[in-house]
Ligand binder design. Structure first.
Ligand SMILES: NC(=O)c1ccc[n+]([C@@H]2O[C@H](COP(=O)([O-])OP(=O)(O)OC[C@H]3O[C@@H](n4cnc5c(N)ncnc54)[C@H](OP(=O)(O)O)[C@@H]3O)[C@@H](O)[C@H]2O)c1
Length: 289
């Protein structure tokens, strides 16, 4: 299937749905007992199904997730894919950013990234030097676009002030339960400033599969969709929002792809926004600083 594309006013485009790689090959360290072949196969399955956006980071499995992604994409034409990686927040000094990017490219066995993100702010390192390095990488065509991740409105504005290139993405923990981007003005900010909000953890590790919740039950019946499909579509039916999910199981991939290619009515987006129970104001894993 063809994954629909969204376009910013500045011309930058992204598919509405992609695959993530957090917990592929390990968590923060490489897990030598992990079934790497299954992770590589999962990425290949996603690409075969039409997914082109693959999200990874040097932080995931201490670089090993990038190696798995590199292995998986080696079977496909590079220019048909949208590859995103991230520099971890201990590597945000000028030279460290350049070195980190070079190492990521080696692990991914590619010569450029479609998107390179600052994974997390680090208040101890001036963002000015980080952004100077990001611009240099873009000038050298090692990265095509610059993004941020888990940046508050204030920190995003500060980073943009120090960056001659347009920052096109803020990756944020956002789903029906975790609403920090709404509560802290980031959903509006992204829309008003022509930036994509890439929502991570769209199914909250499978927590959003509960079909017994009345408002979810109602939406599933109305759209003939499963809770995961409703949860993902609720994100991508909103302006300037795209999402990524990690799916090792083929059933999860197939199910989540059913979230794509249709649009929820605006009234239903708002009903879910108001009525979904157990909402949290702040991320439980990466609260904004
Ligand atoms: N920028 C950041 O700070 C940040 C933080 C976290 C994540 N991310 C990125 O965002 C991506 C997505 O977030 P995430 O992986 O944390 O969360 P997620 O996609 O919401 O959840 C992934 C987990 O849910 C399972 N799952 C997927 N679809 C399902 C379905 N339809 N029904 C039941 N379970 C399902 C997966 O199982 P299987 O794998 O077994 O299929 C996996 O265990 C990450 O992989 C990563 O690339 C970025």
């Amino acid at each position: 299937m063809k994954i629909p594309i969204k376009k910013l006013q500045n011309g930058f485009t992204m598919p509405v749905f992609g695959i993530g790689s957090w917990q592929m090959g390990g968590r923060h360290e490489q897990d030598f007992t992990n079934d790497d072949k299954a992770d590589i196969q999962a990425i290949c399955n996603a690409i075969e199904s039409g997914i082109i956006h693959i999200d990874t980071a040097e932080r995931y499995a201490n670089g090993h997730a990038e190696e798995l992604v590199g292995e998986a994409i080696s079977n496909y034409k590079r220019d048909k894919l949208f590859l995103a990686s991230k520099v971890w927040n201990t590597n945000l000094k000028y030279k460290d950013v350049l070195t980190a990017c070079s190492s990521s490219l080696k692990r991914l066995k590619t010569d450029y990234l479609d998107l390179y993100l600052v994974h997390l702010p680090n208040p101890d390192i001036p963002i000015q030097e980080t952004m100077k390095a990001m611009s240099k990488l873009k000038k050298e065509s090692l990265i095509k676009n610059i993004g941020l991740s888990d940046f508050s409105v204030e920190r995003f504005k500060e980073a943009q002030d120090y960056c001659a290139d347009k920052i096109v993405v803020n990756q944020l923990h956002y789903n029906l339960i975790f609403r920090e981007p709404e509560r802290k003005g980031l959903v509006d900010f992204c829309r008003e400033n022509d930036v994509f909000l890439v929502a991570w953890r769209p199914v909250q590790y499978g927590m959003l599969t509960d079909a017994s919740i009345p408002v979810m039950k109602e939406m599933c019946a109305k759209y003939h969709k499963t809770p995961s499909q409703i949860a993902i579509n609720w994100l991508i039916s909103q302006k300037n929002i795209v999402t990524i999910s990690k799916m090792r199981k083929e059933d999860h991939l197939k199910e989540n792809l059913g979230a794509v290619g249709w649009e929820m009515e605006v009234d239903d987006i708002e009903i879910l926004r108001c009525e979904y129970p157990g909402q949290k104001d702040v991320s439980d894993s990466v609260p904004l600083i």
